[in-house]
Design a protein around this ligand. Structure first.
Ligand code: NIG
Ligand code: FE
Length: 430
């Protein structure tokens, strides 16, 4: 008697499981994609029940639907652990200014940048925010992202920040992708607080974080054990280390785990702060010193690098992910999709850049975009690898070898997307 399952994928040329016994992958484990040749995956009730050789699984299971991968590679759904995908308006004008020589920080200091997106976002309703984000999530899903973090941070006042969080919740309910919310009230200082950063940090600590925590308690995220993170942009012209500490500690006091934007342009010491506070992830790391990199490597904090930002800003300098990995850090990749520093929905393109500019091997890029990215969201026990008991989030590639996902670029090798055991894109189509 065969065991009944909902979905059986057979004849994968290889299944790259990205399996990890405990915690995110580091060192030699990061170079291991966990390959099973001629593999198969069985799914039931939205979960993976078995993964192994096709012969064994075909003998063991009777499926409602069987998908023949015909020699193609099967990998875990990609996880994008750092996005600002909810926003209104765009910043295509700044793109032109940067081409003509203005820097990201100059544009921000002159009142453009994050603040210009803030103005459009404050004027948008939740429904408008959701409507503009949905096609971006569609593009991400088509490129293989099955779980994405979404930050607030373009409201910069309590009501607008809560509308952004509510938009993330509605996207989670309406789109096949799973969403993980992050509160980022300390993303920038709004114009009405210009020159009064401490006062704005007080507002974040005293009013916004309690409001965000209360919103979260009543949300579906809390009901399902999906965390609400608390994040800060620790940078010159944004928040210094002392202000960042206050913001992050206020979140911890309300049960919100820590994420932090650190060392994007200036090494202020934000990475050491993040590590000290037990951050789930510390992101950017472009200007990280070797001393602070060693602290990250010795910690449980996942380092997230965002090469689409450097590429988009026309920079030849990238975070030294190779040295961080060699020092023993748990490294993950993300798009940072946002209207200013990275209008990029594609995790495969990010993987392609990480291989070329940061010298990751394709296996390291794959683990960094799956299991380690899941750990950067504190969801490494649920998603990010193809292992029995995990959510059935799977991709079938238009290639027999997973390495093609980073080797080729500019197209889309994601053929079929399976989310919680359901085929949401089949053979490149909805
Ligand atoms: O991660 N660095 C700060 N925040 C974003 C940029 C947001 C924006 O420019 O709108 C980032 O790069
Ligand atoms: Fe960011």
């Amino acid at each position: 008697m065969k065991t009944p399952v909902d979905l059986l994928i057979i004849n994968a040329g290889q299944v790259a499981t990205c399996a990890s016994q405990d915690g995110p992958k580091r060192g030699p484990a990061l170079r291991d994609p966990g390959l099973i040749d001629h593999g198969a995956v069985a799914c039931k009730d939205g979960l993976i029940v078995d993964v192994g050789p096709t012969d064994a699984l075909a003998a063991r299971y009777q499926a409602d639907e069987t998908v023949d991968a015909n020699g193609r590679a099967v990998i875990p759904g990609l996880v994008d652990p750092h996005t600002h995908v909810v926003y209104a308006g765009d910043r295509v004008g700044e793109f032109e200014l940067r081409i003509q020589g203005a820097s990201y920080m100059e544009i921000m200091a002159a009142g453009g940048g994050i603040v210009s997106t803030m103005k459009a976002t404050r004027a948008a309703s939740v429904e408008e925010l959701v409507a503009s984000a949905l096609p971006r999530l569609d593009a991400m899903l088509a490129l293989g992202t099955t779980t994405a973090e979404i930050k607030s941070g373009y409201g910069l006042e309590t009501g607008a920040e809560l509308r952004m969080l509510q938009a993330a919740a509605e996207l989670d309910a309406r789109h096949p992708m799973d969403i993980v919310p992050t509160f980022l009230g300390a993303h920038a200082v709004p114009p009405e607080y210009a020159g009064r950063t401490d006062d704005y940090a007080n507002l974040v600590v005293e009013e916004m974080i309690p409001a965000a925590a209360a919103w979260y308690e009543g949300s579906d995220f809390a009901a399902r054990g999906v965390p609400l993170f608390n994040d800060v942009f620790c940078e010159q012209n944004a928040f210094d280390v002392a202000q960042s500490r206050r913001v992050l500690e206020a979140g911890l006091a309300r049960g919100l785990p820590v994420k932090a934007h650190v060392d994007e342009f200036t090494p202020l010491g934000g990475l050491s702060l993040a590590v000290e506070l037990g951050a789930v992830s510390a992101d950017h790391l472009d200007a990280t010193t070797p001393e602070e990199g060693a602290r990250l490597a010795a910690s449980g904090t996942v380092g997230v690098v965002l090469p689409a930002v450097n590429f988009n800003l026309g920079s030849a300098h990238f975070a030294d992910a190779r040295s961080l990995i060699d020092a023993g850090a748990a490294l993950a990749l993300a798009t940072d999709i946002n209207p200013g520093s990275a209008p990029c929905p594609s995790m495969p393109l990010v993987m392609a850049m990480a291989c070329r500019y940061q010298k990751l091997l394709p296996a390291e890029a794959l683990n960094a975009a799956t299991i380690n990215a899941a750990h950067a969201l504190a969801l490494g026990d649920r998603i990010g690898s193809i292992e029995a008991g995990k959510q059935a989030d799977l991709l079938i590639l238009d290639a027999a070898d997973y390495r093609h996902l980073a080797y080729e670029f500019g197209g889309n090798l994601v053929r079929t997307v399976i989310k919680r055991g359901r085929i949401v894109r089949r053979n490149g189509k909805i």
